[in-house]
Design a protein around this ligand. Sequence first.
Ligand SMILES: [Cu+2]
Length: 146
Amino acid sequence: MTGLAAGVLTSVLAACGGGASTGSGTGSHTTPKAGGQPGVTKVDVTLVDFRITLSKSTFTAGRYDFVAKNNGHQVHALEIEGPGGEHRTRTLAPGGSASLAVTLKPGTYEVYCPVDGHKDLGMETKITTVGGGASPSNSTNSGGGY
Ligand SMILES: [Cu+2]
């Protein structure tokens, strides 16, 4: 008969040297690490008569630089409204552009043109921001017994 010494929880030497959370952190996009403004994602927003097109359709919470370009024949502007308030550019003449720095939080944002009537004509879209793909800070940490 062998005494099976199972279940002996010796103090596990977690030898993970300064690693962040392992696994599943990878999003589909590669964010260039080397750059001027870490963590800021640029999004191109094209305004035409009467439609808004974003260069990006999925958003995670974080900092963004929305660059609006008026490719239409009328004046347009960009407004982003949602958790945390609203942000808008100045009114842009045809051919004009402006950028808008926004920190997106998890939730739904309305993106539209605030110029009279344009929203009803179709210059409106929504984006949904999800909490960052980074795993939550505390995983199940069932270490010590009582
Ligand atoms: Cu407009």
